[in-house]
Design a protein around this ligand. Structure first.
Ligand code: GLA
Ligand code: ZN
Length: 668
């Protein structure tokens, strides 16, 4: 059992002769590698024909790992089909959004409703569990790989109709939910319902639908259909292995699957971090916090990151010296108990041959990348178990909702330019750069631990959320919502009330109209004495109890409220009616946080990220991450010991972080 942060990654020795394995393990030891993810793409090897299973290579891989003292996260390998399977059962190949039945190729493209796929994938999971449940190297099960996408075949259409029967019960209820009287769509037989695709309700791609209700339901159905594949494999594993934890690797801010629906079925969350190019560090941080929020704040695994460069993008920048270490500590700061790479050894051929790896094609241990990987390995060995199992004591919650993401981005009007994650990120970033720890949680989460609840672009308001947000404010908390929040119900039907629908009493405002303009049209907003900019959508707000905190500067609504604050119970409801620029969002969020004393000690240093974790024995850890390529000069706000250097730091003393430097302070 490893009492340290797990370190390693995806390992595919089946691509290599065994002499190479000797070299791999020598280098792994040198780099402090203790955990290997194995078997992710091995189906054509472990089952070369329908009636032939062959685990000899996998046996040797696991036995060798055990002999070397390393542990294995064992994949079921059901994400890439073997060619024989696609040939024998063409139904396993997906039908795409345009209605084309695919033929054999690529990966991550099985039809989730195919009985042949289900049967054979489950059988593979069963055989693996029978064989390896008690293997000394086994530490976790990794089902499939990066589930995603959708299928539009006839089997999926049939499964969708069954799913709809369960969800809506009757056709009357379905017709009402989807508002089908519009454009003469009243269904009189379940068999009339077609998956929403380019051949049916859509034009100009997946975001343009005639009926949001059916498209939302298809996204929910797809989430559940793929989840069904996962749980079928998990059940097969559980029949032979009652204990070893099971996961699958998620993709963070991934729109197609509602990970909140999956979360209860995972034993721990894990995800693959490939941040968008040129994204600020708060972007991967948001994804980490979203993933941590899946299991109520329990630690997660960073299942993949590249040690150096990706291959799949048009342009694939190299991680600069120090960036890998910083990204690794950022993941740990946000709750990771494992830091794994894709990949351990670079593939010789095929489309990922240029993807970064711990060991490159020449197999050297004197490359910059290998040295940096080994340095991180040493550091993780030194810090040992000091961060394991630690949790983040956030008093700020940000509500994240896949239904709202989908509904907002498939909506005709008011603006196609509003992107859900951009709005969410602006508010998250403001809170994080102000030094607040943030839990990114589903709308069903218990809100009682939080003083501040942020609800950016929460388009759909479902269930009892409005009452629970009112309860936050009533007991003294602050709730902040933005433009395009609380517009419609769970079926994306407009509320038949003043906007913002069920949140109107909490926010003390009424909205009748909104203006949306091209991205280059800038509106000004006066926030007290400061002028900031706003773009895209301008809602026209009438005060119904709230006070104006900011007002529009231009156009016929000049002088009307753009930002409002409403006293509610012992707390407040804030509303931001437009897409403010980042300085504008920062000002508002800092005002809200400061009311609860949630501004961090280094909030004047925008490139310095702080994150808190509390270990199971109550020790408070403060991570300091300098994202700037220049040193950060701070004054220690408290007495602490830096776990990475062992140095004691007295309160009030100067504290300098190197460019891209990290400190893990154990507070006294
Ligand atoms: C994903 C996959 C891996 C690999 C990497 C490359 O995360 O899970 O198999 O393709 O991307 O970045
Ligand atoms: Zn299908």
């Amino acid at each position: 059992m490893t009492h340290k942060i797990r370190y390693g990654g995806d390992y595919n020795p089946e691509q290599w002769p065994e002499e190479v394995w000797d070299e791999d393990h020598r280098l792994f030891t040198q780099a402090g590698i203790d955990t290997l993810t194995v078997g992710v793409f091995s189906w054509s090897l472990t089952q070369p024909a329908e009636d032939t299973y062959d685990f000899t290579v996998l046996d040797r891989i696991l036995d060798r790992a055990a002999a070397e003292g390393r542990q294995v996260c064992l994949a079921t390998g059901t994400a890439a089909l073997p060619p024989w399977l696609a040939r024998a059962y063409p139904e396993v190949n997906r039908t795409d959004f345009e209605g084309r039945r695919h033929r054999y190729g690529q990966r991550h493209n099985f039809c989730p409703s195919s009985p042949a796929y289900r049967r054979l994938a489950t059988e593979m999971a069963t055989r693996l569990a029978e064989r390896y449940a008690h293997h000394p190297a086994l530490i976790a099960w990794h089902i499939n790989n990066e589930y995603g996408g959708a299928c539009y075949c006839d089997l999926c259409a049939e499964a969708f109709r069954d799913w709809l029967r369960d969800r809506h019960g009757t056709l009357d209820a379905l017709n009402d939910a989807w508002w089908t009287t519009f454009w003469s769509h009243r269904y009189t037989d379940w068999a009339e319902i077609e998956p929403p695709s380019a051949l049916t309700e859509h034009w100009r791609g997946p975001d343009h639908t005639a009926f949001q209700g059916i498209t939302l339901d298809y996204q929910r159905f797809t989430t559940d259909a793929l989840l069904g594949c996962f749980t079928a494999e998990k059940d097969a594993i559980r029949a032979h292995d009652p204990d070893t934890p099971v996961t699958t690797n998620f993709m963070g801010l991934y729109r197609p699957l509602d990970y909140h629906r999956w979360a209860p079925h995972l034993d721990f969350a894990s995800w693959d971090s490939y941040p968008p190019l040129d994204a600020p560090p708060t972007r991967p941080a948001l994804a980490h916090d979203l993933m941590r929020g899946l299991k109520d704040g329990a630690p997660f695994w960073l299942m993949e990151q590249t040690p150096s460069t990706t291959a799949c993008r048009d342009v694939n920048p190299l991680r600069r010296p120090g960036e890998l270490r910083l990204a690794t500590w950022q993941a740990i700061a946000h709750g990771a108990d494992a830091a794994l790479y894709f990949q351990m050894r670079a593939s010789r051929g095929a489309c990922e041959k240029y993807h970064g790896a711990v060991i490159g094609h020449a197999g050297r241990d004197d490359t910059r990348v290998f040295r940096e990987v080994a340095d991180v390995g040493r550091e993780l060995a030194e810090i040992g178990d000091a961060t394991l199992g630690a949790r983040t004591p956030s008093r700020t919650a940000l509500l994240f909702d896949w239904d709202s993401w989908w509904a907002l981005e498939i909506s005709d009007g008011p603006s196609r330019l509003v992107r859900y994650v951009d709005v969410v990120h602006a508010y998250y970033r403001a809170a994080r750069e102000a030094g607040a720890d943030v839990d990114v949680v589903p709308v069903t989460a218990d809100l009682t631990p939080y003083d501040v609840v942020l609800a950016p672009a929460l388009h759909l308001v479902k269930g009892d959320l409005a009452e629970r947000l009112e309860a936050v404010a009533r007991r003294g908390g602050s709730v902040l919502a933005t433009f395009l929040t609380a517009r419609s119900d769970e079926h994306d039907r407009a509320f038949l009330t003043d906007l913002p629908g069920p949140l109107a009493p909490l926010l003390g405002i009424r909205i009748d109209e909104w203006d949306s303009r091209p991205a280059d049209v800038v509106q000004t907003v006066l926030l007290e004495d400061t002028q900031v900019e706003a773009r895209l959508v301008f809602e026209i707000v009438q005060l119904r109890g709230a006070q104006a905190v900011g007002t529009y500067g231009l156009d016929f609504y000049a002088g009307t409220p753009a930002v409002t604050r409403n006293a509610f119970g012992a707390g407040e409801g804030w509303y931001v009616a437009t897409a403010l620029d980042q300085p504008g969002v920062d000002r508002i969020v800092r005002r809200v946080l400061s009311r609860h004393d949630l501004i961090g000690p280094y909030a004047d240093q925008p490139a310095l990220e702080t994150a808190t974790r509390v270990t199971p024995d109550g020790t408070l850890l403060l991570f300091l991450l300098n994202h700037a390529p220049v040193p950060a000069h701070l004054t220690a706000h408290t007495t602490a010991t830096d776990l990475l250097t062992g140095k004691r730091i007295e309160r009030g003393e100067p504290l300098t972080l190197d460019p891209l430097g990290v400190a893990v302070l154990r507070l006294q």
